[in-house]
Write a protein that binds this ligand. Structure first.
Ligand code: GLP
Length: 240
């Protein structure tokens, strides 16, 4: 596991964008695993900047997002579909048919998403944020790790954290469909970005804590190609 600390949140997120950009440069038909949340936004801005300068091309790029809320229409501005359109897809030349987000709320929908990832040849590089409780995608703390894409019931902690995007916590969907830990671990490389003081416990537990489904991101200690990028605040418990 590589761990790099940057002075600012923006620098950490831009570094993540650079790693995705380098992957696109190395392999023009890369399969990117993408994430939502506020943390990855500067990473997407970095990709858009390089695309506009003619440095990278999305024409043959395939994307799979980590997760989506259940019961929210794709056109709803609070959906992860809309988030991705706003921050990346509408700004680069990715083909709509190459863009994938999980949808539905059944085991069959999850299995179909896993099959699509396999058919695309697997994920070359997976971008991740992290929840304050150590969740990745929407893999919440649990007593077991899940393998494939599945429907999850969000924890109160996550509902409160994500309420800032909605008018009130009551409006936050209670369920989501998310890639599983197995999907994330199967990615050839993983880049996790964490910024801000409220991620410091999650970062510490991910890197230094025991590997446990109670801190889903801790499984990344076993990933053969994982880079964790943080700002100084998110790394503040890592000193000793
Ligand atoms: C949501 C997403 C996660 C994301 C997390 C943190 O729960 N499902 O993928 O990592 O939020 O988001 P933020 O970066 O806004 O703190």
């Amino acid at each position: 596991m590589e761990f790099h600390v940057y002075e600012t949140a923006k620098a950490a997120c831009e570094a993540a964008g650079m790693l995705l950009g380098a992957q696109i440069t190395r392999k023009g038909d890369s399969v990117l695993g993408l994430a939502t949340g506020s943390t990855p936004i500067p990473a997407y801005e970095t990709l858009v900047k390089w695309y506009n300068r003619g440095v990278i091309d999305f024409d043959r790029i395939v994307t799979f997002n980590l997760d989506e809320y259940v019961g929210i229409d794709h056109k709803n501005p609070l959906s992860y579909h809309a988030f991705m359109d706003e921050h990346l897809f509408s700004k680069v030349n990715v083909r709509p048919e190459n863009v994938h987000l999980p949808s539905g709320h059944s085991a069959a929908a999850g299995a179909a998403y896993d099959a699509a990832i396999r058919a695309a040849g697997g994920i070359d590089i997976q971008l991740l944020g992290i929840g304050r409780n150590g969740h990745i995608g929407f893999n919440e703390p649990d007593d077991k790790f899940t393998y494939g894409t599945h429907v999850v019931t969000l924890t109160e902690n996550t509902i409160q954290a994500n309420a800032r995007f909605f008018r009130s916590p009551d409006e936050v969907p209670r369920q989501a469909i998310s890639m599983g830990i197995g999907n994330i671990m199967a990615a050839k490389c993983v880049v996790l970005v964490a910024t801000g003081r409220d991620k410091a416990e999650a970062v510490y537990n991910t890197i230094r804590g025991p590997i446990t489904p109670r801190v889903p991101a801790s499984i990344l200690q076993l990933h053969p190609c994982c880079v964790i990028l943080t700002d100084t605040e998110a790394a503040s418990l890592m000193k000793d």
